[in-house]
Design a protein around this ligand. Structure first.
Ligand code: HPA
Length: 277
């Protein structure tokens, strides 16, 4: 039988009874080290959170790190599961819903992505202004769970304008390049062909990746505010002579993580004390 997000939310409060997270943070490929900045971390293995899908991909630890980051109570998913690993789309809904039930009103998603925009260079960050779901599936397929939201819901402001503004001003204050563009999510696991990349550019994509959109859909369905940032690890297929690899995503992602490591605390400190106020 499918797990209920409430059971995972209850497990979080059993493991960390005096802690209520307000903001959920999902760390993508090569970005796991960001959790190290969390003060007095309390760590729960996904194995202790019923229904939290575990990722087998290198660079995804599989644990929830609770604690304060720049004065904000965060629940940080160090590692995420992906559709290409064979997880059902609906399985990706559970962690986001559990974190929402645990008290998180805001979700910050991070990922590694390939750049389709020649001006958005590898090693830089891109804040998502919008997305295109090309995965062919949706975590909200099947019966609608009315505890979380309505069957049909608006996605015209998927990435919260106010959070984007705060991210942009934080980046400017720190002298960090923060591009802004449209992320296209694909099923993967292969990197794209050059012909696909040419097609996706004409469709308006600035970056491609294999995550984030399912989580954003689940979060918007239950009314959470969402911000998302890609670490651009490469120019997409066919834009250079280079072959693409996961090792490259990890290595360049680690470089972009340094900017993100400075950007996130600055951004969060602006949210404190009242996230979403
Ligand atoms: N394509 C898809 N996903 C990715 C890429 C890419 O070029 N780089 C990092 N993740």
């Amino acid at each position: 039988m499918a797990h209920d997000p409430q059971a995972a939310a209850d497990a979080i409060s059993v493991h960390a009874p005096d802690f209520q997270p307000r903001l959920a943070l999902v760390l993508g490929t090569g970005l796991g080290a960001l959790a190290e900045a969390i003060e007095h971390p309390f760590i729960i293995d996904y194995g202790d959170l019923p229904g939290f899908p575990r990722s087998a991909v290198e660079g995804h630890a599989g644990r929830l790190v609770l604690g304060k980051l720049a004065g904000v109570e965060v629940a940080c998913m160090q590692g995420r599961a992906h559709l290409y690993e064979g997880h059902a789309a609906a399985d990706l809904a559970l962690p986001i819903r559990a974190l929402h039930l645990a008290g998180c009103e805001t979700l910050v998603l991070t990922n590694a992505a390939g750049s389709l925009n020649p001006q958005f260079l590898p090693g830089s960050l891109m804040m998502l202004s919008d997305h295109i779901n090309m995965t062919g599936v949706n975590p909200l397929m099947g019966a609608n769970d009315t505890r979380f939201g309505e069957r049909f819901f608006d996605m015209s402001r998927a990435y919260d304008p106010e959070l984007r503004h705060r991210l942009a001003t934080s980046a400017t204050a720190l002298g960090i390049v923060l591009n802004e563009g449209v992320y296209m999510a694909l099923l993967g696991p292969n990197f794209e062909t050059p012909a696909e990349i040419r097609a996706f550019r004409t469709m308006g994509a600035d970056a491609v990746g294999m995550s984030t959109v399912p989580e954003c859909l689940v979060a918007r369905h239950c009314g959470m505010r969402v911000a998302a940032i890609s670490s651009l690890t490469n120019l997409a297929a066919g834009m250079t002579d280079e072959e693409l690899s996961h090792e490259q995503s990890l290595a360049v992602g680690a470089e972009a993580a340094k900017d993100l490591q400075r950007l996130l605390p600055e951004f969060l400190s602006k949210l404190s004390p009242g996230v979403g106020e």
